[in-house]
Ligand binder design. Structure first.
Ligand code: KIV
Ligand code: ZN
Length: 517
């Protein structure tokens, strides 16, 4: 029988570290509930020493998610380990994850310590963490670029002090499958105490090899794999959970391991994450991209209609990508709407539900069939959630073959309604100029993309935006059946982040600052 491999999800920690992926404690809690439904074994919930928000996120998850192990990250510093322990207090099953870099490059250039000091820090930190919990993971950051003899000495010390999982991260996505597999074979040979413990793979995707490297490590004996939903993470991201899990499901002869992930929850989890952080996978992303199951070429369509196996190695339903159900129509009531949101993993309070219901009925007037994607879009892009600084209350655009002009009204709790008009070389440019005028900020558009949320001519359009507001880089997203309005909403979303998410941004930045200390 195939071996069990522990699925360690680090979407809420390593995934969050990428610019633009910052998550509030409440967002993390919603995602953690869905990761629980997905069936992951370990949820790495955050880096509590990095910020109060991170600490609170780990606490909230510990209070409300009980089946998986909840892990918190800590550098080899007393204060980090104490913060991790404090954050994990409510958790029923807890793990402290301590790490330190072991490559000479990192020791000399980043930490500015010698190897002996590194060994001492590992000894003291794993011991301290063991004082709080019997489940301690130790990570040798940049393991794949570390001197092998020294790496093994560090691992032996961590094990002697009680670490139960040893992680060998490919921190900068540098290794290759054969080389990484060799490392997983060599470590237990050199450090026999490591053989009965769990060795963990943690791969980044800088060379596009993260999933291949993770699978190679598993084949070579890794008992745990660390990954993120949609492969989000710093730089090119982490190994994508859905790809690793589906490799085992589709190719059990060659990727011979088992896990407890309920693959039917994969697409739902992916979508929830995308909507929460406003970052969507590229259309051709394996398993969860919007084109992953689309067959454009006539010859392919013909084959798939005759027999799905001709061009489809995964039945869409296996990952929960079956047709989005037509959930609600014009005459559906508040209860039906509330039930559907609960099914999607949300618990809207009465006020939010009322707002959603109003937005839903307005949309149902414009669109015949309301799908799950529409409901998610209404919740995340369709209306402004408190606390908001700016609300778009009016938009009128005139466009054609001449210069476009726009008139907007922006309202907000802290200031009188502001109206402004502006022109531009197209309706979106005019609307953006008018909004910039109304809020008195300098806006520079870096990137703008438009997607249709669901198939069909009456689909909602979603605009995803990257802007610089007064020099600060921000993302925003908005949706409407009118793409000019969707763009304006996306900009207002970004502007609200500029004012209100300062704490959030600082929190995510501070984890990078902390990284090198
Ligand atoms: O990539 C890395 O080395 C990490 C460690 C903290 C596990 O994320
Ligand atoms: Zn990492």
């Amino acid at each position: 029988m195939a071996r069990d491999v522990i699925i360690f999800d680090t979407t809420l920690r390593d995934g969050e570290q990428a610019p633009g992926n910052a998550m509030t404690p409440e967002i993390k809690q919603r995602l953690a509930r869905q990761l629980d439904a997905l069936g992951v074994d370990v949820i790495e919930a955050g880096f509590p020493a990095a910020s109060q928000g991170d600490l609170r996120g780990v606490q909230l998850i510990g209070e409300s998610v009980h089946r998986p192990i909840i892990a918190a990250l800590a550098r080899c510093h007393e204060r980090d380990i104490d913060a991790a322990a404090e954050a994990l207090q409510p958790a029923q099953r807890k793990r402290i994850h301590v790490f330190i870099a072991t490559s000479d490059l990192h020791l000399e250039q980043k930490l500015r310590i010698d190897r002996d000091t590194c060994l001492e820090r590992v000894r003291a930190s794993v011991r301290r963490a063991r004082g709080y919990t019997s489940d301690v993971e130790f990570s040798a950051e940049d393991a794949t670029r570390s001197d092998f003899d020294f790496l093994c000495r560090v691992i032996a010390v961590a094990i002697a002090e009680g670490a139960t999982t040893i992680n060998l991260p490919d921190t900068v996505g540098y290794t290759t499958p054969a080389e990484y597999a060799a490392l997983f074979r060599a470590v237990p040979e050199r450090v026999p105490e490591a053989a009965p413990l769990v060795l963990s793979a943690h791969c980044h995707d800088d060379l596009g090899l993260a999933v291949a490297n993770s699978l190679a490590a598993i084949e070579a004996g890794a008992g745990q794999v660390e990954c993120t939903i949609n492969g989000i993470g710093e730089r090119a991201g982490n190994a994508a959970l859905e790809e690793i899990v589906m490799a085992a499901r589709i190719r059990p002869q060659v990727a011979a391991f088992q896990c407890h992930v309920n693959t039917r929850e994969i697409v739902r989890t992916s979508r929830l994450l995308s909507h929460e952080i406003g970052v969507f996978p590229q259309p051709n992303k394996a398993i969860v991209g919007r084109n992953a199951f689309a067959h454009e070429a006539g010859i392919h369509q013909h084959g798939v209609l005759q027999n799905g196996l001709t061009y489809e190695i995964i039945e869409p339903e296996t990952v929960g990508a079956g047709r989005s159900s037509i959930v609600l129509g014009k005459h559906s009531g508040r209860h039906a709407l509330e039930r559907r949101y609960r099914d999607l993993g949300y618990e809207p309070d009465a006020a939010t539900l009322e707002q959603l219901y109003q937005a839903f009925t307005a949309l149902a007037d414009k669109k015949r069939q309301i799908l799950d994607e529409d409901l998610l879009t209404l919740l995340h892009d369709g209306f402004q959630r408190a606390p908001e600084v700016y609300n778009l209350t009016h938009l009128r655009v005139t466009c054609g073959t001449d210069t476009a002009s726009a008139e907007v009204q922006i309202a907000g709790p802290g200031f009188p309604d502001r109206r402004a008009t502006a022109t531009g070389n197209g309706p979106i440019a005019a609307a953006f100029a008018a909004i910039g005028e109304a809020v008195g900020r300098t806006i520079e558009v870096i990137d703008l993309s438009v997607q249709s949320v669901t198939p069909g001519r009456d689909s909602l359009g979603r605009v995803i935006l990257q802007v610089r507001v007064d020099g600060k880089s921000l993302s925003g997203h908005g949706a409407s059946t009118d793409i000019v309005e969707a763009g304006a909403r996306a900009l207002v979303h970004a502007l609200n982040k500029a004012d209100h998410a300062d704490g959030l941004e600082t929190a995510s930045l501070s984890s990078s600052y902390f990284w090198g200390v």
